[in-house]
Design a protein around this ligand. Structure first.
Ligand code: 5AD
Ligand code: SF4
Length: 469
């Protein structure tokens, strides 16, 4: 497979001129306000990609809607991480056949990780003939050109090249929020955990240059953003591929030095690359939020090995111990897979023991879902669905009890929180986040986007409650 392609500024200029050409065509229909609908499934990286798609669409003269009937272009940004995500997309895309019948000139576009898989692209080509455009993550940067082709030539467009991946700067974005922003710092993954489809659909790790990332964060802070999340599949290996080697701890330090009152978060981290230097940097940098999402997936060493995680349970626990020694109030979250092929209930119980030892604040828990083309999909998987579900329920029950206890310990404390919106629960005025990103409902009057001291007065397993001081 060839190496990362750097998309030149001239290429992006060319894409913007395609936007211009589409905008000129759109301007010929002044009787109609042309609207676009962008629907996003999956992770924050997809949210960030959708902000680029919206950026391009805005340059093409489109406004935005959530109503498929009103939209003249529909873009569905898909996820492939589990089968369920895929089934939902196919269900919703199937239903769009009626929209296409009523409005034949509405363009239906599918992008993202799901369509990058050969089996999904084939199904779309053969059985979803109302879909006009299909493009994978590697082709996103040339979305305007593909839309222009659709509008000026007959036929459908499929762009799912099997390449190592590209990196582009200067794609316009329309952000969904005015307080919290995603900043991609790298793309792709080299880890090939045996259950995971991401390395196949998003290509190899490639890092943006520090100066491009810092310029983006500086701009966001000037615009008033307060909560910046640095995004990557595996941020801990940031910089390894750059000409001038640098690492994630250096980047964090440099982002922290940007003047302004804002919080820095990042995700996702891989335990094997989470270094003591990173933990020390987190502890030292006052803008870095005291929170770490560190997926461990399974608590048993045999299972971890077959998952190709390249860390043991003891190594994981040792890292957590060191991190807690440096940042005692650190909020910890993790991802866990239950029912990996061949995992016995006894082995699964090692996962429960990790929960008891670490006492995570919250977990993202998943039942294993076979993904075509991954090594795990070929492994023997003798455990019944019922047994996996029973284990899954044991896991969530244990975590619910821990989350409830951890939340209860907040009551009586006063924390500097970020007010991030208005509450939809009539008993509270505002929603906020603690420094560790726990959800909080607050009584009192304040404008979203401010940091305010909040006294915590109550808690349950999902949320905290409080009042402005
Ligand atoms: N089945 C179930 N969960 C999965 N994840 C990744 N691949 C699979 C799969 N095939 C989970 C992992 C990962 C999170 C983003 O999704 O826990 O950390
Ligand atoms: Fe998937 Fe593992 Fe890469 Fe995460 S680190 S994206 S789980 S292959």
């Amino acid at each position: 497979m060839e190496h990362t392609t750097v998309i030149s500024p001239a290429e992006i200029e060319k894409q913007l001129s395609y936007c211009q050409a589409v905008a000129e065509r759109n301007a010929r229909r002044p009787e109609e306000k042309l609207l676009a609908f962008v629907d996003t499934y999956g992770c924050q990286q997809n949210e960030a990609d959708s902000e680029c798609i919206r950026g391009y669409l805005e340059q093409m003269g489109f406004g935005f809607t959530h109503d498929e009937e009103q939209a003249r272009i529909i873009v569905i940004n898909t996820c492939a991480i589990r089968e369920h995500a895929e089934q939902r997309v196919f269900g919703n895309v199937g239903a769009l056949v009626h929209v296409k019948r009523r409005h034949p000139d509405t363009l239906i576009c599918l992008c993202g990780c799901m369509v990058q898989q050969p089996h999904a692209a084939k199904k779309l080509r053969e059985s979803y003939r109302h879909v006009d455009l299909v493009f994978g993550p590697h082709a996103l940067w040339k979305f305007p050109e593909m839309v222009h082709t659709l509008l000026t030539q007959r036929g459908r467009v499929f762009q799912t090249p099997d390449v190592a991946g590209s990196i582009a700067e200067g794609i316009p974005v329309v952000r969904q929020d005015s307080i919290k922003a995603w900043v991609s710092i790298m793309y792709g993954c080299n880890n090939f955990c045996s259950y995971c489809v991401v390395p196949y659909v998003r290509g190899r790790e490639r890092s943006r240059k520090p100066q491009d990332i810092l310029a983006e964060v500086r701009r966001l802070v000037e615009e008033g953003y307060k909560d910046i999340t640095l995004l990557g599949q595996n941020v801990n290996s940031y910089g390894k591929d750059l000409d001038k080697p640098t690492d994630f701890a250096d980047l964090l330090e440099a982002v922290n030095a940007i003047p302004g009152d804002f919080l820095i978060r990042f995700m996702t981290s891989h335990p094997k690359d989470a270094t003591q230097r990173l933990f020390e940097t987190m502890a030292r940098c006052e803008k870095v939020a005291p929170v770490l999402h560190l997926p461990f997936q399974a608590g048993n060493d045999r299972v971890l090995k077959v998952m190709n995680r390249r860390h043991t349970r003891a190594e994981y626990l040792e890292k957590i111990r060191r991190l807690k020694a440096l940042i005692p109030d650190i909020v910890l979250t993790s991802d866990i897979i239950v029912g990996f092929p061949g995992e016995t209930t006894e082995e699964f119980e090692d996962t429960l023991r990790v929960l008891e030892e670490v006492r995570f604040d919250a977990l993202f828990t998943f039942i294993y879902s076979p993904r075509p083309g991954t090594p795990a999909a070929e492994m023997d998987d003798p455990m019944s669905r019922e047994e996996k579900l029973a284990n899954f329920n044991r896991l969530t029950a244990l975590q619910d009890a821990i989350s409830e206890e951890k939340h209860a310990a907040y009551v009586g404390k006063t924390l500097r929180c970020l007010i991030d919106g208005l509450s939809d629960d009539s008993r509270y005025d505002l929603t906020a986040r603690t420094p560790g990103n726990r959800l909080l409902r607050v009584v009192g009057a304040a404008a979203p986007g401010q940091f305010r001291d909040v006294k915590i007065t109550g808690a349950n397993k999902w949320s905290l409650f409080g009042e402005l001081v």
